[in-house]
Design a protein around this ligand. Structure first.
Ligand code: G6P
Length: 610
């Protein structure tokens, strides 16, 4: 968690850094700070709260500086206080650093430094790093040697940006275990935790590898590996543009991102099917021989990405003949699930930086699995470590609660399932063509649903005062119930549970009463009648019912207080549609309750610590 940014150039660094921090605020928003290089030395400015609070404080004070580093914090070591806010300085005040990650041997380092007389003024692990830098630099007089020695001393994950009062026009960065990208413009250079931070200024990116050290300066970029050997990194031009990181007239990023889902599906499908056939052979590099080596599929993810994986599990079961296991990364990495060279292990992560998902991938890889990533971020740690990658074409997602990337992940996983079904011979060409034809209709059907936002807003007004919700669904609709409940609790702080509808009788039915609405995801599919029975059980306990059902379902209205109809589609594709009303429901309930929708309390978009 935490976002870091650095700038060296000719423009007003404070403005660029604040702008960059706002674009990184999805990574944490407990406190924010800058270190600016001025004629009088380093100026450190910090504020508890959001980047906007820091910006307000800067209005009358920021000196003109063309070089600096910035940080937005999600607290790990030490509470949310001014002293713990980054940047942190060494005792002499000549070095300042910002840090994303966790230093695991921080207590040992702190004790060692304190024995040498160093005085700590914060509770952070970061402060130990800056004191170590100052110590190594005073011993070697060489910054590269200092940063090489520093890496050998630190255990844990870190992305650092460092500024030194006496170094002319340059910032140093180190990346190990936490994301850091470098951007080069015309006579100016940037570093940041994520590309959107500097997207208004450059799209030319260099991705650092584990252990890399970079110098960003007016003259350009220099990169070394962890041993201090020069390292060449290709400059990649990203296809994101700055409008993708703006709200474009919407009140919230989340709302904008919900409305982008038709477009996301269209771009994720584009060029990946041709004439009714799946066409991703080259992208994945698999052929019939490759997939004949596998008999198991593991899908591993966290949060919303896990729910997209649960949807995919049901589709893979239907279209292929593999043994399939789906698990959350924080469990998978510590379990003893059989994993070997006959396993295709798919890791699903919007950011490609979730610590547990990365660790799970490393475990599966070490056991011989073929590892694949499905991610939205090219150049992310996960994307760079696996054997095969499929990128979502969702554009940057800024709202902390994932919406459009959930849809994009399901689409990417469906493409993989179609490809596996074809290569294994478990899907006939006719069936493949029929499925692809329907898949290509889904973006239009999603857009039809998006037009019904006001209807769902009306529904939200009737239920926003409730304190508990139950979401139910069966089969492929069960993960959608889970996702609907997650969205509601994340952004409105209402307690919401999701159950496989058939499990309701084994516990949650005891909670039902007129104050507990039940949201039933019940499209017309093979399990319709079964879910309908569960709805009747809930009705008999006087729970108010909302049904997400298929258009033309006149039957269900007899049992429920409210219906939201989705366009007709095949059973497999219903999740792309049933999830949309649930996203709107969560959004509008949170809006009515006056919550901070894009930045819910205690959450961060990218969880880079275990
Ligand atoms: C956090 C975010 C969620 C996200 C999850 C997994 O909890 O708040 O929105 O689903 O991490 O993130 P990933 O980037 O791995 O998909």
């Amino acid at each position: 968690m935490c976002g870091i940014v650095g700038y060296v150039g000719k423009r007003n660094a404070a403005e660029i850094l604040i702008d960059g921090l706002k674009r990184l605020e999805y990574r944490g928003y407990d406190s924010a700070g800058l270190a600016l290089k001025t004629d009088k030395g380093l100026l450190i400015l910090k504020e508890v709260g959001k980047v906007a609070d820091l910006e307000r404080m800067l209005q009358d004070r920021a000196p003109v500086s063309n070089q600096g580093i910035g940080h937005t914090r999600w607290a790990t070591h030490g509470g949310v206080t001014l002293a713990n806010a980054h940047p942190h300085k060494d005792g002499s005040g000549r070095f300042a650093i910002v840090h994303n990650g966790i230093i695991e041997n921080f207590m040992d380092l702190k004790e060692e430094l304190e024995r040498d007389g160093v005085v700590f003024i914060s509770e952070t692990d970061t402060e130990a790093i800056v004191h170590l830098i100052a110590r190594f630099y005073s011993e070697t007089g060489d910054i590269l040697a200092t940063l090489v020695a520093l890496q050998k001393k630190l255990r844990g994950s870190f992305a650092l940006a460092m500024i030194q009062q006496d170094f002319p026009d340059r910032i140093y960065c180190v990346r190990k275990g936490s994301p850091l990208v470098i951007g080069s413009g015309n006579g100016e250079s940037f570093c940041a935790s994520d590309v959107p931070a500097f997207l208004p200024y450059t799209r030319n990116i260099q991705y650092l590898d584990e252990g890399d050290i970079a110098e960003i300066s007016l003259q350009g970029i220099k990169i070394w590996d962890e041993n201090g050997e020069p390292s060449e990194k290709p400059v990649v031009t990203v296809d994101w543009d700055v409008t993708m990181t703006e709200k474009s007239g919407f009140s919230h990023y989340m709302l904008k991102e919900i409305h982008e889902q038709g477009m996301v599906l269209r771009s994720t499908l584009k060029g990946r099917t041709a004439d009714g056939r799946i066409s991703i052979d080259q992208e994945l590099g698999w052929d019939a021989e490759t997939v004949s080596r596998w008999d198991k599929i593991h899908i591993v993810a966290c949060g919303t990405s896990y729910y997209a994986s649960l949807v995919a599990e049901r589709v893979l079961e239907k279209w292929t003949d593999f043994d399939i296991k789906v698990d959350v990364a924080s469990e998978y990495r510590y379990r003893h699930i059989r994993c070997d060279s006959s396993t295709l292990a798919i890791f699903v992560s919007q950011s490609g930086e979730t610590a547990d998902t990365i660790a799970a991938q490393r475990k599966a890889r070490s056991e011989g699995a073929h590892c694949m990533a499905i991610t939205n971020v090219r150049g992310s740690t996960l994307a760079r470590e696996v054997h095969s990658v499929m990128l979502l074409k969702a554009g940057p997602e800024i709202g902390v609660a994932a919406t459009k990337t959930f849809t994009g992940q399901m689409a990417a996983l469906f493409l993989v399932a179609l490809q596996l079904g074809r290569l294994r011979g478990t899907l006939s060409p006719e069936e493949e063509e029929r499925l692809i034809n329907e898949f290509l209709q889904i973006p239009y059907k999603v857009e039809l649903l998006l037009e019904r936002e006001q209807e769902i807003r009306g529904l939200a007004m009737n239920y926003a005062d409730k304190s508990n919700f139950l979401f139910i669904g069966r089969g492929i609709s069960f993960p959608i119930a889970l996702e609907g409940a997650l969205k509601l609790k994340e952004i409105s702080y209402i307690h919401a549970e999701a159950y496989a509808a058939g499990e309701m009788k084994h516990g949650p039915i005891a909670l039902l009463e007129p104050e507990v609405p039940v949201v039933a995801v019940i499209p017309r599919d093979g399990l319709y009648e079964k879910t309908l029975s569960n709805i009747q059980e809930a009705k008999a306990r006087n729970a108010p019912l909302i049904a997400i059902c298929t258009e033309g379902d006149t039957h269900i209205a007899k049992y429920v207080q409210a219906v939201v109809e989705i366009p007709w589609t095949d059973e497999e594709f219903t999740p792309f549609l049933t999830v949309v009303p649930l996203q709107f429901l969560a959004f509008h309930i949170a809006l009515l309750k006056g919550k901070e929708i894009d930045q819910p309390r205690n959450l961060a978009k990218s969880v880079t610590v275990e």
